[in-house]
Design a protein around this ligand. Structure first.
Ligand code: KOT
Length: 829
């Protein structure tokens, strides 16, 4: 039955809207419709931006239909759902990805060509959605693509920052400057505002206990609203469409009526400005904890709104709370959403009248926690006084959770005060802190690391006590992955075409293990020729960008070695730039005959430094200034170039990655939890030059160039560097020589880089000097293989086609089977 209106009119209208454009003319019709209506433009008054916008709106219509069908289908099926909570979503552009996943790339290209536009030009009009810093945010984006493709009933939740990661500019002296990224200025066609989906969020205030009960009443303080914006995420070769729901903070009223009535207009708008700040900007720190009140406000607004939304959906099922974990699972992307554990307890106990013990049983069956780093400076711990001021009720609940937990520890290990101190959720001292990782572990049913070695290290170091307490099965590993749709099909269409053609089908795009069937092609001369042509085309495309954007002319026959990632001491961009200086010195010393035997290299760097990270910014400055000297030195010909590409982004990565010959992954062993650019580079045929990595096992050690101390040696070497130091010229004579060269002022005033060289001379915490000789030796091996190009191409092919395991489809399926307990729910055709 129809709830309202005339049934025939409704049905006819619904049918009329149900026709999908099938050919180029059909698509062109929808694009022109948006030109004349949504954009209110005339056909004669078009530019590429308008053409992009109309095209995006046409694609958006397709996505919304699928979104609706998926929602309707999943509602009718009522399956267990997975919710992925991530404070970062590093999506990049959406148009190309969407038309590829819809299987309509060619149709859209034809249609826009017929309308007089070049599709590539339209794609370049789109701004990146850069709501993330690096690997953690991009992982969330790859996972939602896989969840959609695997037809899992799942949504992502995050924050709709008005400003994404800052735009990175370089000053004339090579210093990083930061400019805002107002990505929403031109309206975002990929989002659907849901102004009707809004939840109240409270901050500050006070708590009154309810006598003879576990309950309390939290009131007063500041109230605001979290408003939903949805981004549909289409799966590949399926009608299923997932969703990322992002929250935006909004004042409850435009202004405070009380102050307004009192005639204080300024105060009346002030409360709304504190609220407006909350979702203003993404914190630009990667692998670094800052401890700012505004960040805790972000975390709470996002998790509280997400929980309210999730529970509202659950309540519609009319099931008892005891069945909550049969219908929902919440995956926490690092500790950033951990306050959700206390928030669920608050909702159950204070608002839903569930007794404390029962609420705790329910809560601890719902959450799972992924750890992404072992770096101590990244571990979240909130100053207790700040926490208490903003979230007084949550702190009470955390005390209770910790009290019960400490009781259990004391029962198992009586009088082991040191163990209790180590494991407590509260860090005692002045000041006191709330340790979010401990709360996340205590409140979850499963905890995982993101790579084999990382998960092992977690269990033997920072979470060791918890392994003893919870047992081995509580901790697990889920190795990270990347989506082959964006990171091969979209960014390297020629390679995708070669693979599809050779395999005879495009099924590798949803079953990446099929790539293994191509391993024997390494021995096929014609295949290798086709491979080399594609790599060269991709290198030319990048060389054009380098010439246009940076004015640097590079040798496309040189080894393109890419180190593209956040600037961080543990990632050791220093090791790379010091080795480049060493190579430059060798070339300068060499005779013409010796130079003829040398292999040409182009080193490419890209990555942002956190605005407050002095040392990381200094490394950028050194790279840029070394580049200036080397790139302008006519004497060395085209044996060496150094490029720093500013403002690294997902869309720049899509050009860089297919062009790389060498993937530079040289963090101090054991410090990089997983890395994911390594996977993208490998699947596009770059050979791995790096410290020991689990990718090496899959690609085969023969294909990789490995060097440096191993994770289990690092502690000892570090200790020696600090307490039994050997002078640098004995630890590494080559590095000592490089430092003397820097100190001679070739790359600008020597004192600029003093704090950089000083850390190596003194503590060398990251083992730059200890690994330097071995890094040079590994580069020498690269030189040797490059000299035999057939061998090189074979290795590249063997590397790329062994990467099936690193598809995010495999990762997400592992989560679904091993942690979430959710199953595929494919929308019928
Ligand atoms: C920590 C705090 C704030 C912002 C980001 C982090 C963070 C990022 N912690 N780990 N990561 C990276 O996560 C990637 C995805 O798992 C890993 O591949 C990478 O090794 C981590 O550094």
């Amino acid at each position: 039955e129809w709830p309202i209106g005339d049934e025939t009119t409704w049905k006819t209208a619904l049918d009329a809207n149900d026709v999908d454009p099938e050919d180029a003319q059909g698509v062109a019709n929808t694009v022109v419709h948006h030109i004349t209506t949504s954009l209110a433009r005339q056909a004669g008054n078009m530019d590429t931006l308008a053409a992009y916008q109309a095209t995006a709106l046409s694609v958006r219509d397709q996505l919304i239909k699928r979104w609706n069908e998926t929602t309707t289908y999943h509602t009718s099926r009522a399956p267990k759902r997975i919710y992925y909570l991530s404070i970062e979503w590093l999506i990049g552009r959406s148009l190309d990805n969407a038309v590829l996943n819809l299987g309509m790339r060619n149709t859209y290209e034809d249609a826009t060509r017929k309308l007089g536009f070049n599709f590539e030009d339209l794609l370049n009009e789109e701004r990146d959605a850069a709501l993330g810093n690096g690997g953690l945010g991009r992982l969330a984006a790859c996972y939602i693509d896989s969840m959609a493709t695997l037809c899992l009933p799942g949504w992502g939740y995050g924050l709709r920052y008005n400003y994404g990661i800052f735009k990175q500019l370089l000053s004339s002296t090579g210093e990083q400057l930061e400019a805002p990224d107002p990505w929403l200025d031109r309206e975002n066609p990929w989002e659907i505002p849901r102004l009707d989906v809004a939840y109240p969020i409270r901050f500050y205030g006070h708590v009154e206990s309810v006598p003879n009960s576990d309950k309390a009443v939290w009131q007063g303080g500041m109230e605001c609203l979290a408003v939903a914006y949805d981004t549909p995420i289409p799966g590949y070769a399926t009608k299923n469409c997932a969703n990322i729901r992002l929250w935006s903070a909004k004042p409850v009223q435009g202004f405070d009526l009380n102050s307004f009535n009192a005639g204080n207009y300024e105060a009346s708008v002030q409360a709304s400005s504190e609220v407006g700040n909350i979702t203003q900007v993404l914190y630009p720190n990667d692998n670094m904890y800052a401890g700012k009140l505004l960040r805790l406000q972000q975390q709470y607004l996002w998790t509280s709104a997400s929980l309210q939304d999730i529970l509202r959906r659950f309540l519609k099922l009319d099931k008892p709370w005891s069945q909550l974990s049969d219908f929902i699972c919440i995956q926490m992307n690092d500790t950033h959403p951990t306050i959700a554990i206390a928030e669920l307890m608050r909702i159950l106990v204070d608002e839903e009248d569930v007794p404390y013990d029962q609420a705790w049983k329910i809560t601890t069956k719902v959450f799972a926690y992924t750890n992404h780093t072992v770096l101590p400076e990244a571990l979240e711990k909130w100053e207790l006084s700040l926490f208490e001021k903003l979230l007084p009720r949550h702190l009470q609940l955390i005390y209770r959770i910790n009290y019960e937990f400490m009781g259990q520890v004391a029962k198992r290990w009586p009088n082991d005060m040191d163990r209790m101190r180590r494991m407590s959720i509260i860090e005692e001292g002045t000041p006191k802190y709330v340790r979010m990782a401990h709360l996340a572990i205590v409140g979850s049913f499963k905890v995982n690391g993101v790579a084999e070695l990382h998960s092992q290290l977690l269990q033997s170091t920072i979470f060791r006590d918890f392994v003893e307490f919870k047992g081995r099965d509580f901790f697990t590993n889920v190795t990270n992955g990347i989506t082959p749709r964006r990171w091969v099909l979209q960014c390297n269409p020629e390679l995708a075409e070669l693979v599809t053609h050779t395999l005879g089908s495009d099924q590798w795009l949803t079953n990446a293990q099929l790539l293994r069937n191509l391993l024997p092609m390494a021995e096929d001369v014609n295949f290798r020729k086709a491979w080399d042509v594609i790599k060269k085309n991709n290198k030319r495309r990048l060389a054009d960008v380098l010439e246009e954007e940076l004015g640097i002319l590079v040798n496309v026959d040189s080894i393109f070695a890419c180190q593209i990632k956040r600037m961080h001491e543990y990632k050791r961009q220093t090791l790379n730039i010091f080795a480049i200086i060493h190579r430059y010195m060798q070339i300068k010393k060499a005779t013409p005959e010796e130079r003829k035997k040398m292999q040409p290299w182009t080193f490419i760097f890209a990555g942002k430094a956190a605005p407050g990270y002095y040392i990381a910014k200094l490394v950028i400055r050194l790279i840029v200034n070394v580049g200036k000297v080397i790139n302008n030195d006519l004497d060395i010909g085209d044996l060496l170039n150094v490029c720093f590409i500013p403002d690294y982004s997902v869309s720049i990565a899509e050009v860089l990655i297919p062009a790389a010959d060498v993937s530079v992954q040289i963090s101090t062993a054991g410090t990089e939890a997983s890395g994911t650019s390594n996977m993208k580079l490998a699947i596009n045929g770059a050979l791995l030059l790096g410290t020991v990595d689990e990718i090496a096992e899959d690609a085969g050690e023969d294909q990789c160039f490995m060097f440096g101390h191993l994770a289990d040696q690092v502690q000892q070497v570090r200790f020696n560097n600090s307490y039994n130091p050997i002078p640098l010229d004995q630890r590494s004579p080559e590095l000592a020589e490089v430092f003397k060269y820097i100190e001679s002022g070739v790359f600008g005033d020597a004192h600029i880089y003093e704090s950089l060289t000083k850390t190596v001379y003194e503590h060398d915490y990251y083992l730059v000097s200890n690994d330097f000789g071995s890094y040079l030796a590994a580069q020498k091996l690269v030189d040797d293989v490059w000299a035999n190009r057939d061998e090189w191409t074979k290795k590249a092919i063997l590397t790329a086609f062994a990467m099936g395991d690193f598809s995010s489809d495999r990762s997400v399926q592992d989560y679904a089977d091993g942690i979430w307990g959710v199953e595929s729910e494919r929308v019928p055709e």
